[in-house]
Design a protein around this ligand. Structure first.
Ligand code: PMP
Ligand code: GLN
Length: 381
């Protein structure tokens, strides 16, 4: 067994979901939506499955989907993208990350990531030969720690990975922070991987700013999106990369030996999704914002200390006052067994697992699911 994967154990999302299933707990841990997938997308998938084709689509992805990725980015972010040379379809954002690290890293290259960090990054970076260099953001404002970031850069730094909006804390990187990152990348000749899978899940009329749109940086950015997030179909595993042709080419080379392609019917359906009118995207934001409000208020009423949630579908609660052991993993298990509500511990988003004061709840759920969860938590308290 390769020690890199062996040591990482079972992902926290899988293990908490399993525990929730075994105990009949309401699963607000692993991030997956309940009942938000647009009808048009499902109908398009059914139609494509009935009519085919069923064979390998082009390695770069169906033209209809690559065009739709470019058009959607033009419509919502004003980006000008050449769909033929600058868009690659992958089997989920996870494959996009994998291909990117495999293609761009050499043995010993350093990669800066920001903690709390999505769990897949570190393991994939290491397996691709890279060295993970974590830089921490601090609550309550989670600002970009400019000094620590600048200090973390060495002659071996090759990539910076950002996730905006950011799982689990809901941070949206602001234009000044993106400008700072862009200037650093230019100064030190770096590439920035911008995991923007939650780009459409921003609330209260806040704007989302893509790193790709920042002046002078376009050729150094690998922008990653996911249909799982934008269309609430996490099981479909359809992702996409946007990058300048020169940067995308080696990534596409990696892609041809990782998966080569992604199911054509799902690609066709996601193209339909990306071309849906603005009302779909605004409607999703609005609905999610109402679920956020319901969960955040419910958690606060039940005694949890919850930060505001500008984006993503996660609410992070500081449970230190409720948790005498000071251990978010034990607390998540206890909440599952005693209250029947399952979060995920935020320590899983830290390489050293040493920040143990917070848990994360997913609110992309039916209203009745959130109401039941909140009622259980209130009874438990
Ligand atoms: N990046 C982040 C920040 C995520 O939260 C997720 C969620 N699964 C992914 C990547 C992976 O997306 P996908 O399911 O499309 O592989
Ligand atoms: N991205 C999802 C989350 O943060 C989980 C993905 C997974 O289960 N690996 O909850």
């Amino acid at each position: 067994v390769n020690p890199i994967f062996g040591k990482s154990g079972t992902s926290i999302f899988e293990s908490m979901s399993r525990l929730a299933l075994e105990t009949g707990s309401i699963n607000l841990g692993q991030g997956f939506p309940e009942g938000f997938e647009p009808r048009e997308l499902i109908d398009a998938a059914v139609e494509a499955l009935q009519n085919g084709p069923h064979q390998y689509p082009p390695m770069m992805g169906l033209p209809a989907l690559r065009k739709a990725v470019a058009d959607n980015a033009k419509r919502f972010l004003g980006l000008d993208i050449d769909w033929q040379s600058e868009v690659l379809v992958t089997s989920g954002a996870t494959e996009a990350l994998t291909d990117t690290f495999l293609a761009l890293l050499d043995q010993g290259d350093e990669v800066i990531v920001f903690e709390p960090v999505y769990d897949a990054y570190a393991t994939l970076i290491r397996r691709a030969g890279g060295k993970v260099v974590p830089v921490r953001l601090a609550p309550p404002h989670w600002e970009l720690p400019r000094e620590a970031l600048t200090k973390a850069i060495t002659a071996k730094t090759r990539l910076i990975v950002i996730n905006t909006p950011m799982n689990p804390i809901g941070k949206i990187f602001d234009p000044e922070e993106l400008r700072f990152l862009a200037d650093l990348a230019i100064e030190h000749d770096l590439v920035i991987v911008a995991d923007e899978v939650y780009e459409h899940l921003v609330f209260d009329a806040r704007p989302f700013h893509s790193l790709f749109a920042v002046k002078g940086i376009r050729d150094r950015v690998v922008r990653i999106g996911s249909a799982g997030k934008s269309f609430s179909v996490t099981g479909w595993k359809v992702g996409y990369i946007t990058a300048s042709a020169d940067l995308l080419q080696p990534i596409a080379r990696a892609h041809q030996y990782v998966t080569f392609t992604t199911p054509p019917a799902l690609q066709a359906a996601v193209a339909v999704g990306l071309n849906l009118p603005d009302e779909y995207f605004l409607g999703l934001r609005k609905t999610l914002a109402t679920r956020r409000d319901l969960l955040v208020k419910g958690l606060r009423d039940a005694g949890f200390e919850v930060a505001d949630v500008p984006a993503t579908y996660f609410a992070v609660a500081n449970v230190a006052p409720l948790d005498p052991e000071g251990d978010d993993l034990a607390f998540s298990r206890r909440l599952t067994l005693e209250a029947g509500v399952t979060p995920v511990p935020v320590s899983s988003f830290y390489g050293d697992r040493d920040v143990k004061s917070h848990v994360r709840f997913c609110f992309a759920k039916k209203e009745e699911t959130i109401i039941s969860a909140v009622a259980r938590l209130r009874r438990w308290r």
